[in-house]
Ligand binder design. Structure first.
Ligand SMILES: NC(=O)c1ccc[n+]([C@@H]2O[C@H](COP(=O)([O-])OP(=O)(O)OC[C@H]3O[C@@H](n4cnc5c(N)ncnc54)[C@H](O)[C@@H]3O)[C@@H](O)[C@H]2O)c1
Length: 325
């Protein structure tokens, strides 16, 4: 049985991947400082509480076990916060990842799956955006992701490791078994925020920007169900373990939905007409961000199972109701 180290495995996406790996028979070790993650979210394997900024604890982790691969989710994730407190993001996301890469190199672990983001594209010229589009981030969060992709390219070229970088678009929804979902009270994502507004846990939803060159004037995004994303991680693990080359894949469905469409779908699914406020554009928000997902479908044979906005919202709704019980 192969052991996979999952950093940030107690967080939203990482916990869904830990579940998927556990169900496929992998041995899983989660490394998480629980700053945003939860012990209850780690359904398989062992949870080691530790911080990427603590080199000694990383060293101890790799000295004690042999990992076939590392999946690296641990990071700070809020774009507006990265603009207000850039250093916090460069330290945790960049320095933390460099510590991890150093420990991997020192202990001879040379396989990595990296959580990158559509934020590396900034405001893309072409929609749907292909992986070949030049990185052009417009906020510190996006810069941290693009910088680390550069580090990985250089390390791969030097023969230090082979990696798969997955550029997630807007991750949403919850485990269809109802065991996992977004656990952060401050989660910034539109579907979570809207569902919580429907439940009365928030006063309402603010829509930023109503004059974009999109069909209804609001921003368009590509929402991918977290379980389809988890499956993509499992799919790219095997070829990487078998000696495959480094690769970069967009993770989205290749179809966009506007902010208003999402809000209205949440109202329909929940049957609650919560308040919606309209505000100006937020700096750095692209009008549209939709993945060209041809590569991951073609190369890995990835076939999403939840490619339907209503379905995504339903799983999120079910999870939030359960969470509030
Ligand atoms: N949610 C999205 O839509 C989205 C989109 C693109 C990329 N991503 C990336 O996916 C990854 C996971 O995101 P998420 O939404 O699950 O976030 P999350 O905040 O739920 O999970 C991150 C986890 O990392 C842990 N962590 C943070 N800093 C750490 C450190 N220094 N040491 C150890 N653990 C640490 C947190 O406790 C948390 O459990 C991140 O790298 C994020 O940038 C997310």
């Amino acid at each position: 049985m192969k052991t996979v180290l999952v950093t940030g495995g107690a967080g939203y996406i990482g916990s869904h991947v830990v579940k998927a790996l556990g169900e496929r028979g992998y041995r899983v070790v989660t490394f998480d400082n629980l700053s945003a993650g939860h012990r209850w979210a780690v359904l398989h394997g062992e949870l080691i509480e530790g911080d990427l900024l603590d080199k000694r604890s990383l060293d101890g982790l790799f000295a004690a076990r042999r990992f076939a691969a590392v999946m690296h989710f641990a990071a700070h994730i809020a774009v507006p916060e990265s603009v207000a407190e850039p250093l916090k993001y460069y330290v945790n996301n960049v320095a933390g990842t460099l510590n991890l890469l150093e420990a991997m190199r020192r202990h001879g672990c040379g396989r990595l799956i990296y959580s990158s983001s559509a934020a590396v594209y900034g405001i893309p010229r072409v929609i749907p955006v292909p992986e070949e589009a030049p990185p052009a981030p417009v906020n510190p969060y996006g810069h941290t992701k693009a910088m680390l992709e550069q580090v990985l390219r250089d390390m791969a070229r030097a023969g230090d490791l082979a990696y798969t970088s997955l550029r997630y678009f807007n991750v949403a929804g919850a485990d269809p078994d109802g065991r996992l979902g977004e656990g952060k009270d401050w989660a910034p994502h539109l579907i979570t925020v809207s569902v919580r507004a429907a439940l009365g846990r928030r006063a309402g939803v603010t829509v930023y920007g109503t004059d974009y060159p999109t069909p209804d004037g609001t921003g368009v995004r590509d929402y991918i169900h977290v379980s389809d994303l988890a499956e993509a991680h499992v799919l790219c693990l095997e070829p990487l373990l078998a000696g495959g080359e480094s690769a970069v894949y967009n993770c989205g469905y290749g179809r966009g939905h506007s902010v208003l469409e999402v809000v209205n779908t949440v109202k329909e699914v929940t049957g609650v007409d919560f308040p919606v406020e309209f505000a100006g554009r937020r700096a750095g928000d692209p009008p549209a961000l939709v993945a060209d997902s041809g590569r991951i479908r073609r190369v890995l044979g990835w076939e999403p199972r939840f490619d339907d906005l209503r379905r995504i919202v339903e799983t999120a709704w079910r999870w939030e109701m359960k969470r509030g019980e």
